[in-house]
Design a protein around this ligand. Structure first.
Ligand code: GLC
Length: 747
């Protein structure tokens, strides 16, 4: 031990100081370069850096704009030759040779497509998500893209909202962890590594609280909800080093976020100390006219710049109006200078001045190791929600399978939403995998039954039924086409689209065992269909390698370990529905009256008078954090390091988890707390930690978490961060609805 303190520790301290001094030195050097460059720039050149323009290729118009210094960033150009040619114009033919920052939405893969982000969240494996994001960065940067608009960190509690698929679900802690992992994967160790992809935490903020789950719609969010639910993932992103943020389309409490000074300048910049770049969303500055917040584009530009939006995506109000606003003293040049500094600083940090051009390395696209990582992620993202009589994994006594449904062989739709560059020709579908890997051993009777998810034509039904009758088991691949989720794709009916429900019912009537596999961009309402099937394997659109992943799970080559990142509703009428809700003054408890059992002419006060639905009860179909395995796990021996703590103590909490089945498998051990009384009401449960562990059959492991005082703090409606003494409950368990319960007092 003495040796450690005498020799090892001083070296660690010295190296740490050296590195931080190095970073400090590098940042100072960059700041100096930025100031030198800024001092040479004309007002027009400064304003040009605040403009993001979508690509129109290597055209005279684009070349002319670049020569004039009117463009700081180009969106959606992914041809490396075009990128290099446009960059050459910027470097050699514009007055100051400032490189362009090329950007693209690379949300869950560039060429190799990973599961959609909500699926990645279902893996509860941040390390895996970081590795996948690194692969995405390597592929995207090899085409010349150096900035992407991800991770999306919008907390969402409503499956009707089309963009719920793009985030990491309903929980602030899980979303924070997954967002940070994505940022680290994208940005790598050094931004000036040519394979590093600048991240953008979006959409800042509260976008997922859209009224009715209707995209872009109004959000009304209390201070305590904004602070305790919607903002934490963005704060975590800033702490993880995200280089940029994007403001969202929506208004919060009457203020559109592209003009929300309190959100950007007060919280993001002053309170959190973020000095990266804030970009608008597509035309979101101009949309303040639609909101009725400004009267004309000039006022929109003024409101956005004053609020702290640095770059104008695709609206051009900065290009067209900032000079005049300055002349009329409605804005200050220092506001423009600050925005330009942030953009130039990032371009220096990315190494664009020294290495502006992309070396074309197409060989990285769909590399074997990339596809393998995408498959592993799809495996860990799939969630087993029902497995009656352990029908899965399929027995090797099965000699014939019927493969039915519109998603069995849907190479485009399996990829999910927000896919611009991944090609469906590379998608490996379940049907292709079954034929390749099991075609020699099994009779595979494939009848789509419906040609796409919205298909209403039942002409193939008889054939599909015949295929089921001729087989030992049915694999029914249902779900949503990719276009039914994502931006502007909200649905009021979240059940299986088209005639899938009818087809499934016909197949179930054959009496054959049915395995339902759903690929979708949201938790699909399946309440009525669930009793018809023996097993239910759910996958948010799984990407390029979804077929091999799902088939390996179905045949037991690997074991499901996914857990729900959202609460899975019985029906759409329950929306919004989430586990970390408040208790209300009338929490539903015990036996609840159901609509079927209410006596005729029942008296006005005869029912339970608590907060639930007569026709849906109080519970979801499946709770947040839920997912089955091919083995079972037993939780025992909950231990707390203390039952009373002060605001200075950490609380260690542990339990034993045992694999009581006969398969090695992974389990996501989750820690929840409840603060029983607060100066503002507190959620009935809050996820505070999780650990994905792998146990051999019969193996036990003690899992320990540490609860710090910070984990018990919250914001009240006066926006004060408080730690309030009182009673707490805690649970360690396999999901948000069950677990070993303990309690402690914070003195
Ligand atoms: C879109 C989206 C945003 C995306 C941007 C650029 O409208 O809201 O998430 O990054 O425009 O495509």
């Amino acid at each position: 031990m003495k040796r450690f303190f005498k020799t090892v520790l001083p070296k660690i301290v010295f190296l740490t100081l050296l590195v931080s001094c190095g970073n400090l030195k590098e940042n100072n050097l960059i700041d100096k370069k930025v100031e030198d460059l800024l001092s040479q720039m004309t007002l027009e050149e400064k304003i040009g850096q605040l403009v993001q323009q979508t690509t129109i290729g290597y055209t005279d118009n684009m070349i002319g704009q670049i020569k004039q210094g009117n463009i700081g960033s180009i969106l959606n150009e992914v041809d490396p030759d075009v990128i290099n040619n446009l960059q050459k114009v910027a470097m050699e033919e514009s007055r100051l040779g400032i490189p362009i920052l090329f950007a693209r939405d690379v949300i869950h893969g560039f060429k190799t497509i990973f599961p959609v982000p909500l699926g990645q969240a279902a893996s509860w494996n941040p390390q895996l998500i970081e590795e996948g994001s690194r692969i995405t960065a390597v592929e995207a940067t090899s085409a010349g893209v150096r900035w992407t608009f991800a991770p999306m960190l919008d907390i969402a509690r409503d499956q009707r909202w089309g963009r719920i698929v793009e985030g990491f679900g309903e929980d602030p802690f899980l979303t924070s962890v997954m967002g940070a992992a994505t940022i680290k994967g994208f940005q790598g160790k050094e931004l000036n590594d040519p394979a590093s992809l600048l991240a953008c935490a979006k959409h800042f903020a509260g976008y997922g609280a859209a009224e009715g789950g209707r995209d872009y719609n109004t959000t009304v969010i209390s201070t305590e909800q904004l602070r305790n639910t919607y903002l934490p993932p963005f704060k975590a992103a800033v702490e993880a080093g995200a280089g940029t943020l994007m403001v969202s389309f929506n208004e919060i409490n009457g203020i559109p976020n592209s003009g929300n000074t309190s959100l950007i300048r007060d919280i993001l910049r002053k309170e959190w100390g973020f000095d990266g770049l804030v970009v608008s969303d597509w035309n979101s500055i101009g949309e303040m006219l639609n909101h009725g917040y400004v009267e004309n584009p000039e006022q929109a530009a003024e409101a956005a710049l004053k609020a702290g939006v640095d770059m104008d995506m695709e609206n051009h109000v900065y290009l067209h109006h900032l000079a005049r606003l300055l002349k009329e003293n409605r804005i200050k040049e220092s506001m423009i200078d600050d925005a330009v500094r942030r953009i130039l600083r990032l371009k220096f940090k990315l190494g664009l001045f020294e290495n502006p051009y992309v070396e074309i390395k197409e060989s990285v696209f769909y590399a074997d190791e990339h596809l393998a990582k995408a498959k592993e992620t799809a495996i860990q993202s799939a969630i087993l929600l029902k497995n009656e009589n352990n029908i899965l994994p399929l027995s090797d006594k099965i000699k014939s399978i019927a493969v039915i449904g519109p998603m069995a062989d849907a190479p485009h739709d399996q990829l999910g939403t927000w896919v611009f560059d991944g090609e469906k020709s590379h998608t490996v579908t379940p049907l292709a995998t079954l034929r390749a890997e099991y075609g020699s051993r099994l009779k595979i009777n494939y009848v789509a039954g419906l040609n796409y998810s919205r298909d209403l034509d039942n002409k193939q039904f008889a054939q599909a039924v015949a295929a089921a009758k001729a087989s030992d088991v049915v694999l029914f691949f249902g779900g949503e086409e990719s276009i039914l989720s994502g931006e502007a794709h909200s649905r009021a009916d979240i059940s299986l689209p088209g005639a899938q429900k009818d087809l499934l019912a016909k197949i179930a009537e054959t009496g054959k065992p049915v395995i339902l596999i759903v690929m979708a961009g949201r938790a699909i309402e399946i309440y009525k269909e669930l009793p018809l099937v023996d097993a239910y394997l759910f996958s948010f659109h799984p990407g390029t390698m979804g077929g091999p992943a799902l088939v390996d799970l179905i045949f037991g080559k690997t074991v499901p370990s996914g857990k729900l990142p959202v609460t899975y509703p019985k029906m759409v009428g329950q929306m919004p529905l989430y586990y970390n809700h408040k208790n209300t003054g009338r929490p539903p408890a015990g036996e609840l009256e159901t609509i079927e059992n209410i006596p005729l002419e029942a008296g006005q006060v005869s029912l339970g008078n608590t907060s639930y639905y007569l026709d849906a009860g109080k519970d979801p179909l499946f709770p947040f954090g839920y997912g089955l395995s091919y083995t079972t796990f037993e939780y025992s021996d909950l231990k707390l390091s203390a039952t009373e703590i002060t605001g200075k103590d950490n609380l260690r909490v542990s339990c034993t988890v045992k694999n009581t089945g006969n398969r090695e498998a992974a389990e996501v051990v989750q820690l929840y707390i409840r603060d029983l009384v607060g100066s503002v009401t507190r959620p009935v449960k809050e996820l505070k930690a999780f650990d994905k562990i792998t146990l051999k059959a019969g193996e036990s492991q003690t899992v320990e978490f540490t609860l710090t005082p910070d984990a018990l703090k919250f914001r009240n409606n006066q926006n004060q961060q408080v730690l309030e003494p009182g009673n707490f409950n805690l649970w360690i368990g396999p999901n948000s609805a069950e677990g070993l319960k303990g309690a402690f007092i914070l003195k």
